[in-house]
Design a protein around this ligand. Structure first.
Ligand code: PLP
Length: 451
């Protein structure tokens, strides 16, 4: 092997090596041509030719503090100088400090934390622990959900990425989603699905509640279309879970840490789970990190019972130090407050766009966690592209995303729902810039409007 001089790594050289040797997630490799990225700062990243892109995705909705936050980079550097790694069996400052901070920041009596390397592993551990604590096997999860790509987590996941992993983990039972705009139950009044408890209770009747260990949901659905539950939904699920001794697990991997304008999405409704799983915004993804934080009751249980879980990198010092720094930055720089204020600006701007663009069917959001549902007809609500659209069927949205990228705005979509999830440190002028580009590219969606 010849060692390549780093100076020869032009954008073209990166692109060629990437195409030849890197396997990218969830893709047919030959269909890809990823942009070689040279750097980033704040809400922006750029390529080797110096073209800049406003990151209205926060990458995988994880880069909450934006690219290259200087304090966060410095905290990782300092930890690297002090201690890069120590096994999970030792007590270590950054690990202990982050766990203590999480006990304070997470809602209710959530207390002890097991650190993982990401969201999927946090969910795997949550499910396994719920099974051990309850002595039951089944887990109820929803269709419009993503919980990660490992065997258990992808089995919990409802979205079509699950299909390739099936039959997967046994014991998963599916529940419908409180998707009021497209209610799977036809949204009678009152609606059992959108109320939550009645639908869950009916499923429990058929499954036998004594066999159900946990219900796992994203309190606000992220990847699968930015779906906000109606007021009362989470409380209704909480009551049913309490009635039958079932653990309620909130997957706040995407919605946690300020994304919705509160520290946790469930804070909007004051409902506390038995277990919360987090990752992404916990440290803005600068080093892989996830966490499972459990109630005092489970913490007490763990004092006398075995915790059957472990990872070489559980509580990795570099990751935990970046978590500690991240949470301190969020507090010092009022990041959650900024997310709320910028979200209001974004929401108001989107409402103005809806007056101009008939293809906007519904706008859903709080903080900087917005979905814009694109339709062909507001009356029938026919989606601009169908569920699980691929190839030519997905083209109307694909064209819009490409046009935005050409104008320097990086966006993604879940089929017909645009995801607007910029870094929580974004500024007024950047929100306005994105709205201008959206105004422009939404004309492409309007061209498909038939209503
Ligand atoms: N849970 C939710 C809600 C997510 O959005 C994701 C990732 O997008 C995961 C779990 C999986 O996290 P990871 O990719 O870190 O394993």
């Amino acid at each position: 092997m010849t060692v390549t001089d780093s100076d020869t790594w032009t954008g073209q050289r990166v692109r060629e090596a990437d195409r030849e040797y890197v396997i990218h997630s969830w893709s047919v490799q030959g269909a890809l041509d990823p942009i070689p990225v040279a750097g980033g700062a704040g809400s922006w990243f750029w390529d080797y030719e110096g073209r800049k892109y406003l990151d209205f995705q926060s990458q995988l909705v994880n880069l909450n503090l934006g690219h290259q936050h200087p304090r966060l980079v410095e905290a990782i550097r300092q930890q690297a100088e002090q201690l890069c790694y120590i096994g999970p069996g030792f007590a270590e400052r950054s690990r202990a400090e982050l766990a203590e901070m999480l006990a304070e920041l997470t809602p209710g009596d959530l207390k002890m934390t097991f650190f993982t390397t990401g969201g999927a592993a946090a969910n795997e551990n949550a499910i396994r622990l719920a099974r051990h604590v309850t002595g039951r096997q089944k887990v109820i999860a929803r269709y419009r959900s993503y919980h990660g790509a490992t065997n258990g987590a992808i089995s919990l996941t409802g979205d079509p990425r699950r299909w390739s992993a099936e039959p997967g983990m046994p014991g998963v039972v599916r529940m419908l989603d409180p998707y009021t705009y497209r209610c799977p139950a036809g949204h009678p009044d009152p609606c059992p699905v959108c109320t939550g408890g009645p639908h869950l209770e009916e499923i429990l009747r058929y499954e036998n509640p004594d066999t159900v260990a946990a219900v796992i949901i994203e309190p606000v659905t992220g990847t699968n279309g930015l779906i906000y539950p109606p007021d009362g939904y989470l409380r209704s699920l909480r009551e049913v879970c309490d009635r039958y001794g079932i653990m309620l697990i909130f997957d706040e991997v995407m919605a946690g840490f300020g994304r919705t304008g509160t520290w946790f999405a469930c804070d909007h409704w004051d409902v506390v789970p038995d277990i919360v799983t987090t990752a992404k915004g916990l440290n803005s993804g600068y080093v892989p990190l996830g966490a499972m934080t459990v109630s005092s009751r489970i913490s007490d249980w763990l004092k006398d019972n075995m915790f059957w879980g472990g990872l070489t990198y559980a509580g990795h010092p570099l990751a935990c130090a970046s978590g500690v720094a991240s949470l301190k930055i969020m507090q010092d720089e009022h990041v959650v407050e900024n997310a709320k204020a910028m979200g209001e600006r974004l929401g108001a701007g989107l409402a103005r766009l809806a007056e101009q663009h008939p293809s906007i069917g519904e706008i859903r959001g709080r903080g900087l966690f917005y979905g814009v549902e694109l339709v062909k007809d507001r009356e029938s609500r026919e989606p601009l592209v169908p569920f699980n659209a691929k190839g030519p069927a997905a083209a109307p949205v694909g064209r819009l995303l490409k046009a935005a990228m050409e104008r320097g705005l990086y966006l993604t979509a879940n089929f017909n729902v645009l995801r607007l999830t910029p870094p929580l440190v974004i500024r007024d002028s950047e929100i306005d810039l994105a709205l201008d580009v959206l105004d422009d590219v939404l004309k492409l969606a309007d061209e498909q409007y038939v209503g």
